[in-house]
Design a protein around this ligand. Structure first.
Ligand code: 8ID
Ligand code: ZN
Length: 352
Protein backbone atom coordinates (compact mmCIF):
# COMPACT_ATOMS: atom_id res chain seq x y z
CA UNK A 1 0.00 0.00 0.00
CA UNK A 2 1.25 3.49 -0.83
CA UNK A 3 2.76 5.30 2.14
CA UNK A 4 1.00 8.44 3.35
CA UNK A 5 3.06 11.57 2.60
CA UNK A 6 3.02 14.27 5.29
CA UNK A 7 2.87 17.96 4.42
CA UNK A 8 5.70 18.85 6.83
CA UNK A 9 9.01 17.20 7.64
CA UNK A 10 12.24 17.63 9.60
CA UNK A 11 15.23 19.08 7.77
CA UNK A 12 18.63 20.63 8.38
CA UNK A 13 18.69 24.02 6.70
CA UNK A 14 21.61 26.28 5.79
CA UNK A 15 20.00 29.69 6.24
CA UNK A 16 23.20 31.69 5.98
CA UNK A 17 26.58 30.63 4.59
CA UNK A 18 29.18 30.22 7.33
CA UNK A 19 26.57 29.79 10.10
CA UNK A 20 25.53 26.55 11.88
CA UNK A 21 22.77 24.55 10.18
CA UNK A 22 19.25 24.92 11.61
CA UNK A 23 17.14 21.84 12.46
CA UNK A 24 13.54 22.74 11.71
CA UNK A 25 10.29 21.69 10.08
CA UNK A 26 9.79 22.64 6.43
CA UNK A 27 7.13 21.75 3.84
CA UNK A 28 7.37 18.53 1.81
CA UNK A 29 7.64 19.40 -1.91
CA UNK A 30 5.76 17.69 -4.73
CA UNK A 31 7.73 16.06 -7.57
CA UNK A 32 7.48 17.55 -11.08
CA UNK A 33 6.43 15.42 -14.09
CA UNK A 34 9.91 13.88 -14.61
CA UNK A 35 10.80 13.63 -10.91
CA UNK A 36 10.40 11.26 -7.98
CA UNK A 37 9.94 11.94 -4.28
CA UNK A 38 12.19 9.79 -2.08
CA UNK A 39 11.55 9.19 1.60
CA UNK A 40 15.18 9.47 2.69
CA UNK A 41 15.99 7.03 5.49
CA UNK A 42 19.75 7.61 5.82
CA UNK A 43 22.19 10.08 4.36
CA UNK A 44 25.98 10.04 4.48
CA UNK A 45 27.72 13.30 5.37
CA UNK A 46 30.31 14.31 2.76
CA UNK A 47 32.95 16.99 3.18
CA UNK A 48 31.31 18.66 0.17
CA UNK A 49 28.32 19.40 2.42
CA UNK A 50 30.67 21.22 4.80
CA UNK A 51 32.28 23.13 1.89
CA UNK A 52 28.72 24.24 0.97
CA UNK A 53 27.97 25.40 4.53
CA UNK A 54 31.28 27.27 4.69
CA UNK A 55 30.96 28.82 1.21
CA UNK A 56 34.39 27.47 0.26
CA UNK A 57 33.97 27.29 -3.51
CA UNK A 58 33.67 29.80 -6.37
CA UNK A 59 30.12 28.55 -7.04
CA UNK A 60 27.18 29.89 -5.03
CA UNK A 61 24.69 27.55 -3.34
CA UNK A 62 20.97 28.15 -3.28
CA UNK A 63 19.82 29.73 0.00
CA UNK A 64 18.15 28.67 2.14
CA UNK A 65 19.63 25.27 1.35
CA UNK A 66 18.98 21.70 2.49
CA UNK A 67 22.36 19.97 2.05
CA UNK A 68 23.10 16.29 1.56
CA UNK A 69 23.75 14.10 -1.48
CA UNK A 70 24.20 10.57 -0.14
CA UNK A 71 20.52 9.94 0.57
CA UNK A 72 19.24 6.36 0.55
CA UNK A 73 15.52 5.75 0.82
CA UNK A 74 12.24 4.62 -0.67
CA UNK A 75 10.31 6.14 -3.59
CA UNK A 76 6.95 7.42 -2.32
CA UNK A 77 5.67 9.48 -5.27
CA UNK A 78 6.47 9.95 -8.95
CA UNK A 79 5.59 12.47 -11.64
CA UNK A 80 3.23 11.73 -14.53
CA UNK A 81 6.06 11.09 -17.04
CA UNK A 82 7.93 8.60 -14.86
CA UNK A 83 7.41 5.03 -16.00
CA UNK A 84 10.40 2.99 -14.92
CA UNK A 85 10.48 3.72 -11.19
CA UNK A 86 7.88 2.13 -8.93
CA UNK A 87 6.50 3.36 -5.63
CA UNK A 88 8.34 1.34 -2.99
CA UNK A 89 11.58 1.03 -5.00
CA UNK A 90 14.83 1.73 -3.15
CA UNK A 91 16.50 4.84 -4.58
CA UNK A 92 19.46 7.11 -3.92
CA UNK A 93 19.67 10.89 -4.05
CA UNK A 94 23.17 11.52 -5.37
CA UNK A 95 25.17 14.69 -6.16
CA UNK A 96 23.98 14.75 -9.76
CA UNK A 97 20.26 15.38 -9.18
CA UNK A 98 19.45 15.91 -12.84
CA UNK A 99 21.01 16.91 -16.18
CA UNK A 100 19.65 17.95 -19.57
CA UNK A 101 20.44 14.53 -21.14
CA UNK A 102 20.80 16.29 -24.48
CA UNK A 103 24.02 18.35 -24.55
CA UNK A 104 27.23 17.04 -26.07
CA UNK A 105 28.45 15.85 -22.63
CA UNK A 106 25.20 14.11 -21.68
CA UNK A 107 25.10 12.41 -25.09
CA UNK A 108 28.54 10.97 -24.40
CA UNK A 109 27.57 9.91 -20.86
CA UNK A 110 29.65 12.64 -19.22
CA UNK A 111 26.55 13.86 -17.40
CA UNK A 112 28.54 15.49 -14.55
CA UNK A 113 29.92 17.94 -17.15
CA UNK A 114 26.43 19.08 -18.24
CA UNK A 115 26.22 22.88 -17.90
CA UNK A 116 22.62 22.49 -16.70
CA UNK A 117 23.39 19.85 -14.06
CA UNK A 118 21.35 20.21 -10.87
CA UNK A 119 23.44 19.44 -7.78
CA UNK A 120 21.75 17.86 -4.74
CA UNK A 121 22.41 19.78 -1.56
CA UNK A 122 23.99 22.64 -3.48
CA UNK A 123 21.91 24.13 -6.31
CA UNK A 124 18.78 22.16 -5.33
CA UNK A 125 17.71 20.84 -1.91
CA UNK A 126 19.32 17.53 -1.01
CA UNK A 127 19.00 14.63 1.40
CA UNK A 128 19.25 16.19 4.87
CA UNK A 129 15.46 16.12 4.98
CA UNK A 130 12.96 13.29 5.22
CA UNK A 131 11.56 13.72 1.69
CA UNK A 132 13.82 14.73 -1.22
CA UNK A 133 13.27 15.16 -4.95
CA UNK A 134 15.41 14.08 -7.91
CA UNK A 135 14.97 13.59 -11.64
CA UNK A 136 13.85 10.00 -12.20
CA UNK A 137 16.55 9.50 -14.85
CA UNK A 138 19.28 10.26 -12.33
CA UNK A 139 18.27 8.59 -9.08
CA UNK A 140 20.53 5.72 -8.07
CA UNK A 141 18.73 2.40 -8.46
CA UNK A 142 19.35 0.50 -5.23
CA UNK A 143 18.68 -3.24 -5.23
CA UNK A 144 16.25 -4.45 -2.56
CA UNK A 145 18.85 -6.72 -0.95
CA UNK A 146 21.01 -3.72 0.00
CA UNK A 147 20.99 -2.16 3.46
CA UNK A 148 19.99 1.51 3.09
CA UNK A 149 22.13 2.67 6.01
CA UNK A 150 25.37 1.04 4.82
CA UNK A 151 24.86 1.92 1.16
CA UNK A 152 24.28 5.65 1.69
CA UNK A 153 28.01 6.62 1.63
CA UNK A 154 28.38 4.74 -1.67
CA UNK A 155 26.11 7.33 -3.31
CA UNK A 156 28.83 9.97 -3.42
CA UNK A 157 32.02 8.68 -1.77
CA UNK A 158 31.83 5.22 -3.34
CA UNK A 159 30.86 6.34 -6.83
CA UNK A 160 33.46 9.12 -6.84
CA UNK A 161 36.46 7.03 -5.82
CA UNK A 162 35.41 4.13 -8.05
CA UNK A 163 35.33 6.55 -10.99
CA UNK A 164 38.61 8.15 -9.91
CA UNK A 165 40.35 4.77 -9.78
CA UNK A 166 39.09 3.99 -13.28
CA UNK A 167 40.23 7.42 -14.51
CA UNK A 168 43.71 6.71 -13.14
CA UNK A 169 44.12 3.79 -15.52
CA UNK A 170 45.75 1.74 -12.75
CA UNK A 171 45.68 -2.02 -13.34
CA UNK A 172 45.47 -5.03 -10.98
CA UNK A 173 48.80 -5.68 -9.29
CA UNK A 174 49.93 -2.06 -9.58
CA UNK A 175 50.30 0.39 -6.70
CA UNK A 176 47.98 3.26 -5.82
CA UNK A 177 48.61 5.96 -3.22
CA UNK A 178 45.42 7.22 -1.56
CA UNK A 179 45.96 10.65 -0.04
CA UNK A 180 43.37 11.30 2.68
CA UNK A 181 42.81 7.55 3.01
CA UNK A 182 41.35 7.84 6.52
CA UNK A 183 38.44 10.07 5.52
CA UNK A 184 35.08 9.27 3.95
CA UNK A 185 36.20 9.05 0.34
CA UNK A 186 39.59 7.63 1.33
CA UNK A 187 38.18 4.70 3.31
CA UNK A 188 35.94 3.82 0.35
CA UNK A 189 38.90 4.17 -2.00
CA UNK A 190 40.83 1.61 0.08
CA UNK A 191 38.00 -0.91 -0.32
CA UNK A 192 37.48 -0.34 -4.07
CA UNK A 193 41.26 -0.46 -4.64
CA UNK A 194 41.44 -3.72 -2.67
CA UNK A 195 38.58 -5.18 -4.72
CA UNK A 196 40.49 -4.18 -7.88
CA UNK A 197 43.58 -6.08 -6.75
CA UNK A 198 45.80 -3.06 -6.12
CA UNK A 199 48.69 -2.58 -3.71
CA UNK A 200 47.65 0.35 -1.51
CA UNK A 201 49.71 3.10 0.14
CA UNK A 202 47.42 4.98 2.53
CA UNK A 203 48.44 8.53 3.44
CA UNK A 204 46.77 10.27 6.37
CA UNK A 205 47.45 11.06 10.04
CA UNK A 206 47.22 9.22 13.36
CA UNK A 207 47.03 5.68 14.69
CA UNK A 208 43.24 5.36 14.39
CA UNK A 209 43.34 6.04 10.65
CA UNK A 210 46.44 3.84 10.27
CA UNK A 211 44.67 0.88 11.90
CA UNK A 212 41.47 1.50 9.95
CA UNK A 213 43.15 1.72 6.54
CA UNK A 214 45.15 -1.45 7.28
CA UNK A 215 41.88 -3.25 8.03
CA UNK A 216 40.39 -1.91 4.80
CA UNK A 217 43.22 -3.38 2.74
CA UNK A 218 46.10 -0.88 2.71
CA UNK A 219 49.50 -2.60 2.87
CA UNK A 220 51.38 0.60 3.71
CA UNK A 221 50.74 3.78 5.71
CA UNK A 222 52.54 7.10 5.54
CA UNK A 223 51.64 9.52 8.34
CA UNK A 224 51.83 12.99 6.80
CA UNK A 225 51.81 14.61 10.25
CA UNK A 226 54.94 12.84 11.48
CA UNK A 227 56.84 11.91 8.30
CA UNK A 228 60.07 13.86 7.81
CA UNK A 229 59.78 13.45 4.06
CA UNK A 230 56.46 12.31 2.61
CA UNK A 231 57.84 12.10 -0.94
CA UNK A 232 60.65 9.69 -0.08
CA UNK A 233 58.46 7.70 2.35
CA UNK A 234 55.82 7.13 -0.34
CA UNK A 235 58.44 6.07 -2.90
CA UNK A 236 60.06 3.77 -0.33
CA UNK A 237 56.72 2.02 0.17
CA UNK A 238 56.83 0.68 -3.40
CA UNK A 239 58.81 -2.51 -3.95
CA UNK A 240 61.15 -1.01 -6.57
CA UNK A 241 61.29 2.45 -5.00
CA UNK A 242 59.97 4.11 -8.18
CA UNK A 243 56.71 5.34 -6.66
CA UNK A 244 53.02 4.46 -7.12
CA UNK A 245 51.44 4.05 -10.57
CA UNK A 246 48.54 6.25 -9.54
CA UNK A 247 47.76 8.81 -6.85
CA UNK A 248 44.18 9.43 -5.73
CA UNK A 249 43.99 12.82 -4.01
CA UNK A 250 41.02 12.96 -1.64
CA UNK A 251 42.55 15.19 1.05
CA UNK A 252 41.10 18.58 1.98
CA UNK A 253 44.44 20.37 2.09
CA UNK A 254 46.48 22.01 -0.68
CA UNK A 255 49.92 20.62 0.24
CA UNK A 256 49.50 17.06 -1.09
CA UNK A 257 48.13 18.44 -4.37
CA UNK A 258 51.53 20.02 -4.84
CA UNK A 259 53.50 16.98 -3.67
CA UNK A 260 51.96 14.12 -5.63
CA UNK A 261 53.75 14.86 -8.91
CA UNK A 262 57.04 14.38 -7.07
CA UNK A 263 56.39 10.81 -5.94
CA UNK A 264 54.18 9.43 -8.70
CA UNK A 265 55.99 6.88 -10.84
CA UNK A 266 57.23 7.80 -14.35
CA UNK A 267 54.24 7.35 -16.72
CA UNK A 268 52.00 7.48 -13.64
CA UNK A 269 48.77 9.40 -13.15
CA UNK A 270 47.75 11.86 -10.44
CA UNK A 271 43.97 12.13 -10.02
CA UNK A 272 42.68 15.19 -8.15
CA UNK A 273 39.31 14.58 -6.47
CA UNK A 274 39.40 16.54 -3.21
CA UNK A 275 38.37 20.18 -3.45
CA UNK A 276 40.18 22.20 -0.73
CA UNK A 277 39.16 25.86 -0.72
CA UNK A 278 41.24 28.13 -2.95
CA UNK A 279 43.81 25.42 -3.71
CA UNK A 280 46.04 25.06 -6.75
CA UNK A 281 47.64 22.04 -8.34
CA UNK A 282 51.37 22.55 -8.78
CA UNK A 283 54.03 20.41 -10.40
CA UNK A 284 57.59 20.99 -11.59
CA UNK A 285 57.54 21.24 -15.39
CA UNK A 286 60.94 19.61 -15.85
CA UNK A 287 60.16 16.46 -13.85
CA UNK A 288 56.60 16.23 -15.15
CA UNK A 289 57.89 16.23 -18.74
CA UNK A 290 60.79 13.83 -18.39
CA UNK A 291 58.68 11.47 -16.23
CA UNK A 292 55.78 11.73 -18.73
CA UNK A 293 53.23 11.95 -15.93
CA UNK A 294 49.52 12.69 -16.26
CA UNK A 295 47.68 15.03 -13.90
CA UNK A 296 43.90 15.10 -14.17
CA UNK A 297 40.68 15.85 -12.31
CA UNK A 298 37.82 13.42 -11.66
CA UNK A 299 34.29 14.50 -10.79
CA UNK A 300 31.73 12.08 -9.30
CA UNK A 301 30.54 9.55 -11.91
CA UNK A 302 27.91 9.04 -14.57
CA UNK A 303 24.85 6.80 -14.22
CA UNK A 304 26.75 3.73 -15.35
CA UNK A 305 29.64 4.35 -12.93
CA UNK A 306 27.00 4.74 -10.20
CA UNK A 307 25.38 1.41 -11.02
CA UNK A 308 28.77 -0.33 -11.15
CA UNK A 309 29.88 1.15 -7.81
CA UNK A 310 26.60 0.01 -6.24
CA UNK A 311 27.07 -3.48 -7.69
CA UNK A 312 30.52 -3.76 -6.01
CA UNK A 313 28.72 -2.98 -2.74
CA UNK A 314 25.87 -5.39 -3.39
CA UNK A 315 28.37 -8.18 -4.00
CA UNK A 316 29.80 -7.59 -0.52
CA UNK A 317 33.15 -6.21 -1.71
CA UNK A 318 32.81 -2.81 -0.04
CA UNK A 319 32.57 -2.63 3.75
CA UNK A 320 33.74 0.80 4.84
CA UNK A 321 33.18 1.88 8.44
CA UNK A 322 30.51 4.43 9.34
CA UNK A 323 28.89 5.80 12.49
CA UNK A 324 25.22 6.75 12.58
CA UNK A 325 23.69 9.69 14.47
CA UNK A 326 20.31 11.44 14.23
CA UNK A 327 19.71 14.08 11.54
CA UNK A 328 19.23 16.51 14.45
CA UNK A 329 22.95 16.09 15.29
CA UNK A 330 24.32 17.07 11.87
CA UNK A 331 26.13 20.17 13.17
CA UNK A 332 28.20 18.06 15.58
CA UNK A 333 29.32 15.93 12.60
CA UNK A 334 30.43 19.09 10.78
CA UNK A 335 32.35 20.21 13.87
CA UNK A 336 34.30 16.92 13.95
CA UNK A 337 34.85 17.01 10.18
CA UNK A 338 36.23 20.53 10.32
CA UNK A 339 38.91 19.22 12.71
CA UNK A 340 39.75 16.23 10.49
CA UNK A 341 38.66 14.03 13.41
CA UNK A 342 36.46 11.56 11.50
CA UNK A 343 37.86 8.15 10.54
CA UNK A 344 35.55 6.88 7.79
CA UNK A 345 32.06 8.33 7.33
CA UNK A 346 29.17 9.62 9.42
CA UNK A 347 25.63 8.76 8.38
CA UNK A 348 22.53 10.57 9.64
CA UNK A 349 19.26 8.77 10.38
CA UNK A 350 16.41 11.06 9.27
CA UNK A 351 13.94 9.54 11.77
CA UNK A 352 15.64 11.20 14.75
O1 8ID B 1 33.62 14.47 -7.49
C1 8ID B 1 34.47 14.90 -6.74
N1 8ID B 1 35.64 15.35 -7.20
C2 8ID B 1 34.22 14.87 -5.26
C3 8ID B 1 33.16 14.10 -4.76
C4 8ID B 1 32.99 14.04 -3.37
C5 8ID B 1 33.83 14.75 -2.53
C6 8ID B 1 35.03 15.57 -4.39
N2 8ID B 1 34.82 15.51 -3.06
C7 8ID B 1 35.75 16.24 -2.19
C8 8ID B 1 35.15 16.88 -0.96
O2 8ID B 1 34.49 18.09 -1.28
C9 8ID B 1 36.40 17.08 -0.13
O3 8ID B 1 37.12 18.23 -0.56
O4 8ID B 1 36.68 15.31 -1.68
C10 8ID B 1 37.23 15.83 -0.46
C11 8ID B 1 37.23 14.75 0.60
O5 8ID B 1 35.93 14.50 1.06
P1 8ID B 1 35.67 13.53 2.32
O6 8ID B 1 36.34 12.25 2.12
O7 8ID B 1 34.22 13.56 2.59
O8 8ID B 1 36.47 14.35 3.49
P2 8ID B 1 36.98 13.85 4.93
O9 8ID B 1 36.17 12.70 5.39
O10 8ID B 1 37.05 15.07 5.76
O11 8ID B 1 38.44 13.29 4.64
C12 8ID B 1 39.54 14.09 4.33
C13 8ID B 1 40.80 13.38 4.82
O12 8ID B 1 41.94 14.08 4.31
C14 8ID B 1 42.96 13.96 5.29
C15 8ID B 1 42.19 14.16 6.61
O13 8ID B 1 42.95 13.69 7.71
C16 8ID B 1 40.94 13.33 6.34
O14 8ID B 1 41.07 11.98 6.77
N3 8ID B 1 44.05 14.91 5.01
C17 8ID B 1 44.15 16.25 5.17
I1 8ID B 1 42.71 17.46 5.76
N4 8ID B 1 45.35 16.72 4.83
C18 8ID B 1 46.05 15.66 4.40
C19 8ID B 1 47.37 15.50 3.91
N5 8ID B 1 48.21 16.54 3.81
C20 8ID B 1 45.24 14.51 4.50
N6 8ID B 1 45.66 13.30 4.13
C21 8ID B 1 46.93 13.22 3.63
N7 8ID B 1 47.76 14.26 3.54
ZN1 ZN C 1 30.01 14.09 -1.75
Amino acid sequence: MAQEIPTEQWAQVVEETGKPVVYKKIPVQKPGPDEVLVNVKYSGVCHTDLHAVNGDWPLATKLPLVGGHEGAGVVVARGSLVEDVEIGDYAGIKWINGTCLNCTFCQQSDEPLCAKALLSGYTVDGSFQQYAIAKAAHIARIPKDCDLEAISPILCAGITVYKGLKESGVRPGQTVAIVGAGGGLGSMACQYAKAMGLDIIAIDAGDEKKAMTAKLGAQHFVDFSTSKNVVSDVKAATSDGLGPHAVILVAVNEKPFQQAAEYVRPRGTVVAIGLPAGAYLRAPVFESVIKMITIKGSYVGNRSDSAEAIEFFRRGLIKAPFKTVGLSELQSVYDLMQKGAIAGRYVVDTSR
